[in-house]
Design a binder for this molecule. Structure first.
Ligand SMILES: [Zn+2]
Length: 435
């Protein structure tokens, strides 16, 4: 009975504490809408970081805003990465680990991020959402059951001509709003926080330039996930294979007995991919192989293939299969020289994070305190955190409230942004409480 009373009192004090919070100077929603307008699309296969200069526009703006919010040591690196520190307000900040928060500024090269006009569907009352500038773009309840949880919320979409850029300007806006809220509410106790906003996440190269040591965090979170409550401490292990088919080109008029057309060999190889091991036929924890790009030419053809699996043994098996397929095609086309080169991209971060269960546990607790039902979801992809985790900075991924990334049907909502922000504020408090 006594513990029950203590529990109720404790709960009441949490509710009171939240109720008494002074609002941030700008809401997560307003902040997000401002950032969404800034075109930060990254580009594949560029030799520079950031891949597009325009990403500096948001980086420099964020640096200015961080300084205005009282952050310290604010800097934008030559690679367009924004770093900052938010000092703790504890009697002894050294007792609490420096927790990092990271979001990426760029948007996917897949869909235009120029002239993003966000549309707010106020007080959503159910039903499909037709995007105003292109009525063929429809967010249907059938394909987005998440909509059923958003009745009465203000849903944010693009206008049908671009992506929204919720991935990952939601994460950026939520981290900034957390900092703002902490500044307005010194009664919220927290340790020192390290902040970073990165370019080129979507093309996978920005994180290569990340200064883990200079960042100064002991542990970190990327804020780059999807629906409310979704926390990820597991990603693919990933490799990329390049298969090259070397033929011999000559003038077709005098080609008899000389020409070796590599195109037939690449066609044969493509035909060998098992239909049940492709992205379009797999989900959940099942990995895939994915031929995604190539060059088709008489003299030299090549094919790029993604290999993905949550388990390293499964990944090894997929690599072996691609090599076996090379041998089979080579036997059929002895005059075409076929080579395969496999590169490691990243590994499942769970291999490291299993030794840091408090990171996931604290995030789950933070989400629960925000009134959410947290759940773990393995990511069928990689995050900047996958790489950081293996560089000594354990970094699981937190939700942002957004969904349908990399497409015109992307959306988030006011509650999505606010509850994600609230979770971040709870999280820094939990780290302080537990230390
Ligand atoms: Zn993202």
């Amino acid at each position: 009975m006594k513990s029950m009373l203590a529990f109720v009192l404790c709960l009441a004090s949490i509710v009171v504490a939240q109720a008494q919070l002074k609002p941030p100077t700008e809401t997560a929603m307003d902040r997000f809408l401002r950032y969404a307008k800034i075109d930060t699309q990254s580009q594949e296969d560029q030799s520079t970081t950031p891949s597009t200069r325009k990403q500096f526009n948001l980086a420099n703006l964020l640096a200015k805003e961080l300084t205005a919010l009282g952050a310290e040591n604010v800097r934008v690196s030559e690679f367009g990465i924004v770093y900052a520190m938010v000092s703790g307000n504890l009697a002894d900040n050294s007792k609490v680990p420096v927790v990092g928060f990271i979001a990426h500024m760029d948007t996917s090269p897949a869909v235009s991020g120029e002239n993003v006009h966000a549309v707010i569907h106020k007080n959503y009352q159910g039903g499909d959402i037709v995007l105003p500038k292109d009525p063929t773009q429809i967010i249907t309840v059938a394909k987005n059951p998440l909509l059923k949880t958003l009745i009465g919320d203000d849903i944010i979409t693009a206008d049908g001509t671009t992506l929204l850029g919720s991935d990952d300007k939601s994460g950026v806006a939520e981290i900034m709003t957390m900092i703002d809220t902490l500044k307005q509410n010194p009664q919220i106790k927290h340790g020192t926080l390290a902040i970073a906003f990165t370019p080129d996440e979507e093309v996978g190269t920005g994180i290569e330039k990340f200064d883990v040591k200079g960042f100064g965090a002991k542990v970190a979170y990327t804020v780059d996930g999807e629906e409310l409550g979704e926390i990820s401490d597991e990603t693919w292990s990933a490799r990329t294979a390049t298969i090259t088919f070397q033929g011999k080109s000559t003038h077709p008029g005098t080609a008899k007995g000389i020409m070796v057309n590599a195109m037939y060999a690449i066609a044969d190889y493509l035909g060998r991919f098992p239909k049940d091991m492709l992205p379009e036929t797999t989900e959940g924890r099942v990995g895939f192989v994915h031929p995604y790009a190539g060059v088709i030419d008489v003299e030299s053809s090549n094919l790029k293939v993604l290999l993905r699996d949550f388990d390293l043994s499964g990944l090894d098996a997929k690599e072996k299969m691609l090599r076996d397929m090379v041998a089979q095609t080579a036997a059929k086309f002895p005059e075409v020289k076929i080579t395969i080169d496999v590169k490691e991209n990243y590994k499942n971060m769970k291999e490291v994070l299993k030794n840091h269960p408090e990171l996931t546990n604290n995030a789950m607790e933070a989400a629960r305190r925000a009134g959410l039902k947290p759940f773990l979801k393995p990511i069928r992809g990689g995050t900047d955190g996958s790489r950081l985790t293996f560089e000594g900075l354990p970094t699981p991924n937190l939700f942002t409230g957004g969904t349908n990334f990399h497409g015109k049907l992307e959306f988030n909502s006011r509650r999505g942004l606010e509850k994600s922000t609230e979770t971040l504020i709870n999280l820094v408090q939990i780290f302080a409480e537990k230390s």
